[in-house]
Design a protein around this ligand. Sequence first.
Ligand code: ATP
Length: 367
Amino acid sequence: GAPGAETPAAPILQLVGVRKTFGGFTAVQGIDLDVREGEFLTIVGPSGSGKTTLLRMLAGMDTPSEGNITLHGELINDIPPNRRPTCLVFQSLALFPHKSVGENIAFPLKVKGVDAAARKARALELMRVVRLPEDYFDKNVMKCSGGERQRVALARAFAYDPEVLFFDEPLSALDYKLKKALEKELKDLHRETGKTFIYITHSLEEAMVMSDRIGVMRAGRLVQVGTPEEIYGAPVDRFVSEFVGEVNTIRVKREADGGWAGVDVPGRFTLAPPRDGTALDEAFVVVRPEFMRFLGPGDSADNRLEGIVYNEYSLGSRIQYQIRVDAGAAGEKVFLVELSRSRALPPGTDRAVTLGWDAADAFTLGS
Ligand code: ATP
């Protein structure tokens, strides 16, 4: 076909109406999802939202109560983990403690009956891929650091030569700096190997850094699937908008003249049309702190609010302000404004300020 007009590749994994119930409790409710070959897909959601249950079904450790999971178009609902071309890497890593790095990595090859010389060559190759020094080959795995063991587990997963790798919060036990470094390495590894990665975490920050797409789960449902930019920049509801970052939310209702009036803050507001085009009578205006600004005397903005600065926090390169806005009968409402350090207000609190934002920089959400 014409360049740019090729049909999208068939999904490698497909979920149709996948549900899982435990007794009378539904942990995963009717999930439809296409996973593209070679993508890095992260499932995020709060504790108890069903991420692990979903992953266990994908990896074959559990069977769906309803619905179908297909791999390359073949139904795999009841295929056990060891008969799927997939591999799971989890937080506890499950390495063999008394064996060397090399033996751990070569284990899947040994099971397949690969001879010793070929096993060693492949294990060394995989050690290069995950950036473990060659002289670690004979090192006992328990003498490796947490980050190094993580790499051993990854190399071992690659030794299975799986088509899909599943990751169950593999970085959650590591310290912040190591975690940040491994996030970037995992992303590089994904690109270098071209494998399909499905990753679950409750850390949205982790998901944002690594993923091609993110799926957000809430109470057993997949409420939104999109690129990190879509999830951050066009959340489908307030739950997603709040899960992926700080927000200012104003409840509004439609007036007789078609304009919008604040419910929890007095005033009239100009709104962007809701993304799905629905006509709403009540809505929520959601503005991220970095899209709020302070207005000077001649400055204009679609929307404005008067308030008092009562707190400021340094975020390093950025500064965040908490602003109290008089909310009439409701008392007061706190707004967050985040600016780059170069645009900071002179220090000091209790100053009166005017907040402003443009309709195009806010989301209008129905729920
Ligand atoms: P976390 O981030 O805390 O690991 P999660 O999003 O992975 O949470 P799941 O572990 O999938 O959530 O659990 C989803 C819901 O299903 C929870 O309410 C949990 O108690 C329930 N659940 C999970 N496994 C079982 C089981 N074997 N029997 C009964 N209930 C279960």
